[in-house]
Design a protein around this ligand. Structure first.
Ligand code: C5P
Length: 223
């Protein structure tokens, strides 16, 4: 156990949901409190890293701001999160913890849409950029290891292990962390399934910060 295994390392983290505007007062979003991503940011800072936290709309304070080792960029939409993240590709570890909306609204209305009797609007969606997949495309090999080391997250309603393994292959990343169970949203507790090249293992239910610390120790050994 090393106390500051990430000293001198740069860690990039996306956290929270994204929000896709339908009009100035309405939108669609994903369920995410941001707590897991912010816990990872705190754990990375404790481990000595310099952190860039790209946060979607969430009501959380920036961890350990007084260290001066964390910068935070607040974003709203997936497109904005993509742009902010791609500006920081030059990092050692990337944790894609954000619950990014897979689709945005093709033409968000400039003014609030008015109700038209009982008729409901039909919304047209467009696919959002895949931040993790795009960042993973920039990965190079440094000292025989992937650089940056990319960690994806998975929250599924069924077959977590199968979907998470499939995600790891499809996105071409070395590690996927699955959130076990449906009760993680907004909770301080979580349970993780870690999938990497050596197989899978569970980290038992604990506070998100405890899990984040364990995850940081694990990932620090990979780089
Ligand atoms: O397969 P899926 O896209 O659901 O994988 C989830 C992982 O990908 C998470 O780590 C999430 O942060 C990341 N992701 C992303 N950009 C997207 C969608 C998902 O970075 N547009």
């Amino acid at each position: 156990f090393q106390k500051k295994p990430l000293l001198g390392k740069r860690v990039l983290i996306t956290a929270g949901p994204t929000f896709e505007a339908i009009d100035p007062v309405r939108g669609i979003t994903n369920r995410s409190s941001g707590k897991m991503g912010f816990a990872i940011a705190r754990a990375a800072l404790e481990a000595g890293a310099q952190v860039h936290l790209v946060a979607g709309p969430c009501d959380l304070t920036t961890p350990l701001e007084a260290t001066g080792k964390i910068t935070r960029t607040n974003v709203v939409s997936a497109k904005e999160m993509h742009a902010a993240t791609m500006q920081s590709v030059d990092c050692d570890i990337f944790f894609a913890v954000a619950a990014v909306a897979d689709w945005g609204i093709a033409k968000p209305a400039k003014e609030k849409m008015k109700r038209q009797g009982k008729q409901a609007p039909i919304l047209e969606f467009v696919a959002n950029p895949d931040i993790l997949a795009d960042l993973a495309k920039t990965v190079k090999t440094k000292g025989g290891k992937p650089h940056p080391y990319c960690v994806g997250f998975a929250a599924e309603s069924t077959d977590l292990q199968k979907h998470a393994e499939e995600k790891r292959k499809r996105k071409g990343i070395p590690m996927v962390v699955g959130n076990i169970g449906p009760d993680t949203f907004g909770s301080d507790l979580n349970q993780l399934l870690i999938i990497d090249e050596s197989g899978s293992k569970k980290i038992a239910k604990a506070e998100k910060l405890q899990l984040a610390r364990q995850l940081i120790q694990l990932v620090a050994k990979k780089i």
